[in-house]
Structure formats: C-alpha cells, structure tokens
Design a protein around this ligand. Structure first.
Ligand code: SAH
Length: 399
C-alpha cells in the first residue's frame, strides 16, 4: 500500500474546497516513506480520506492535490484530464487564424505542474513539479497519442524546478527538431517564435487578447506613435502597426528578441522606416526619453515579474511605480497607457493603487478605460486564485 499523509486538525478545509496545494506546515505526519513524485493518499486529522496528490519533499508545497475520487489516478484518468483541457481549447472563440495557444494550464486544468503550449504543429511541454516529472515518459506518450505533433519539445528550464529539487532541462522529446524560428499565426498576424532559445516556451501567449485590444484602440485613434517598453519580439508593436500606428519604438534588454522583432515586422510587410529599437535597460531608457522631451500617443509597459514572493512586494511596488510614473510623463494629452503586472504577489487592487500613485506624482489626470488579464487559453480555476497572475489597466491621460 502506498504512503498515507495526515493533516493537522482544521487543515482539511482547503482540501475540501478544492484548493490544489498542501503546504508542509499543514501536515501532521506521514505514514510510509514516499519518494519524490509519488502519489500519496491524504487524510484529515480524524482519519477521513480526503484526496490523492503528488508528493514533493523538496518543496514548501509538499503535495499537489489531484483528485478526491476513491481510487488513485491511473493512465485513463490522466488521459481524460489531458483530453478535457485540449478539447476546451478547440471551443475557444479565437479570432483567426490563430495557431499558437496554451493547451494545458497546470493547476487550473487539474494538471498541477504541467504546461503544454501549441505552436502550429510544434508542441512545447513544461514539466514543473516532482509529480509530473515522475510520469514524464507517460505524458510524452499520451500527448503524442492525443495531438500527433510533428515535434514535441521540452522546455523544463524554468527556475521554479529548483524548488522541487529538479534539474533544468530542455530538448527534443519526439519527432523532428523544431525549425528555429518557426512561424505561427496569431489573430491573422504572422509571428516567428524560437521555442528552443526564446523566453518561457518561446512566446508570451498570455498577452494575445491584450495585443488585439491595442490594435483596436490604435485603429480607433486613427494611428499615432507607440513606445513599447519590455517589448520582447515586439508583439504589441506589430498589432499597433496593423491598427495603423505611424511609428513604434521597442525597448528591451534582449538584443536577440529585438532582432527577431525586426524580422517579424518585415514578414508582415512593415518597413524599418516606422520602427526603432532601443537595446537598453528600460529604467534608463524611460528617463532618457523623458529628458529628451519625447512624447507618445500610446505606451505599453509589460515588465517581467518584479515580485517573486510576498517579501518582494514593497521593492516591486517601487519598481512598478517608477516605470508607470515615467510612462505618464511620456504620454501626450489624450494618450493611452497599457500597463501590466505579472507578479502573482501583487493583486489587482494593489496594482491599481500603484498606478494611481504614479499618476498623482506625474501630475496627470488619468481615467481607467479598460482592465486586462491573461487570455482564455490561460484559465483560472475558481478554487485556485493564485492562478490569476496577469493584470493590466488601459489608462487614458485626460490632461
Ligand atoms: N510584451 C511582450 C512580452 C514582454 S516579457 C510580448 O507581448 O511578447 C518582458 C520583457 O522584458 C522580456 O523580453 C525581457 O527581455 C525584458 N526585460 C527584462 N528586464 C528588462 C530591463 N530591465 N530592461 C529592459 N527590458 C527588460
């Protein structure tokens, strides 16, 4: 019989409410000696069976809960969860053609520690927990069976794996080596994605719907200029150009990302005349542009995660305030700021306060005209509010 794990009194509540994480401090004792990644049975203090979960001895998140049914998860169970997640994406109201999207979003799809992204015929897998690592070979077989991909590539090189005591790893799992870069379509626009060397699985899929919104705001404004800060491969800029923007400026600290962005613009028929790239630290660029008296009709701020834990929140808040303050100074009257935070530790209410503080200090009168989140292929289970990490505001500078 497998290992059994008993909770401290009162700690069964969150399990009964469907939260997928059990922290080490909730656990009273472990019967048996489970290995990393082993499926364990979880019991309340009074001995009632609660759920099955993946055991991870190295992580503070000691168990990722999988199911509350009587029998432990077997191959049919996992195949069913994968099939359900994939089938839900087939019914998303995506504007076409779009062939780059997230198929499996970890906890929120009932598959903790597993991320699967589609880039056309190339599937990219991220295995992020000890439990998923233990069934990795089976996952590869099930995904090949369900998706019949030309390429299945692994990008398990995310830092979070260290918390699970797992090494970082990437490489080909099945099929042909992926083209570098490969071409995909998003809302009818053509993108180049490097799934081997790019960030995350190659592309920031979570911003698809927000990029589309920028296109519509630019079109409604009859064009204008865009400053795209933390641009990566210029996703927001391409949409702005497609919406009729007259000129875009991409700022990023990655020269490779900016260079790929230039190729992407060419591929979509936009010339170098309307585009400028600045390979520099964004904090420096924002200040310099302000000193030079630059002004824009649109500014996008999409920084990397500033807060990794609750302890980072204050310092992160200062970082967000700083860049938003600079951005408000750089906007023309009537201009728009699309500003984001992807730090889970900073919630939507705090983020709005930070942006408010920045507007006050910049002496600008600002309205919120829209709110943004991650796209529908990145669902958030109601039982798992931690999954809601990306938040954004569309702000109009009135005067
Ligand atoms: N908006 C992009 C995604 C941005 S991700 C899109 O839609 O695809 C964040 C980007 O910030 C990354 O490209 C990273 O290279 C860049 N970055 C991180 N720190 C930076 C810094 N200090 N200055 C400039 N760019 C930075």
């Amino acid at each position: 019989m497998g290992a059994r794990l008993f909770l401290r009194a009162g700690r069964e509540r969150s399990v009964e409410r469907g939260h997928p994480w059990l922290f080490s401090r909730a656990i009273a004792r472990v019967e048996g000696s489970p290995q990393a990644g082993e499926v364990v049975a979880v019991y309340a203090a009074d001995g009632r069976f609660l759920a099955w979960g993946d055991y991870s001895p190295a992580s503070q998140i000691r168990v990722r809960l999988i199911t509350r049914r009587d029998t432990p998860p077997d191959a049919d169970f996992w195949r069913g969860r994968l099939r359900r997640a994939i089938a839900a994406r087939a019914r998303l109201p995506l504007a076409g053609p779009t062939d780059a999207l997230r198929l499996v979003n970890a906890e929120s799809d009932g598959l903790p520690g597993l991320v699967v992204d589609r880039y056309g015929e190339v599937i990219v897998l991220q295995v992020l927990t000890a439990g998923m690592e233990a069934r990795r070979t089976s996952l590869v077989a099930w995904l090949v069976e369900l998706l019949a991909p030309r390429t299945l590539y692994e990008r398990s090189d995310a830092e979070v794996r260290r918390k699970e005591g797992l090494p970082l790893r990437k490489g080909l799992l099945h099929g042909e080596a992926p083209p570098i870069p490969l071409e995909v379509r998003e809302n009818g626009l053509r993108f180049l994605v490097d799934v081997v060397n790019g960030h995350k699985s190659g592309f920031y899929l979570d911003q698809r719907e927000n990029r589309e919104r920028l296109r519509r705001w630019v079109a409604a404004a009859g064009g204008g200029t865009l400053l795209n800060v933390f641009a990566y491969t210029g996703g927001f800029s391409l949409y702005a150009l497609a919406g009729g923007a007259n000129a875009i400026t991409d700022v990023d600290s990655s020269a490779e990302a900016l260079a790929l962005g230039e190729r992407i613009r060419q591929l979509n028929g936009f010339g170098a005349a309307e585009a400028r790239t600045i390979h520099e630290d964004a904090f420096t660029s924002l200040r310099r542009l302000r000193r030079e008296g630059a002004r824009f009709d649109f500014v996008v701020l999409d920084p990397p995660k500033f807060a990794f834990t609750r302890r980072d929140v204050q310092k992160a808040a200062r970082g967000y305030k700083d860049i938003n303050l600079q951005a408000f100074h750089l906007l023309r009257d009537g201009g728009f700021l699309l500003t984001f935070s992807c730090s889970g530790a900073i919630d939507a209410a705090l983020f709005r306060k930070i942006v408010f503080g920045a507007a006050l200090d910049a002496g600008r009168e600002v309205q919120v005209v829209g709110t943004m989140r991650q796209g529908a292929d990145h669902p958030v289970a109601l039982t798992f509010p931690e999954g809601e990490y990306l938040k954004g505001l569309i702000c109009r500078v009135v005067a």
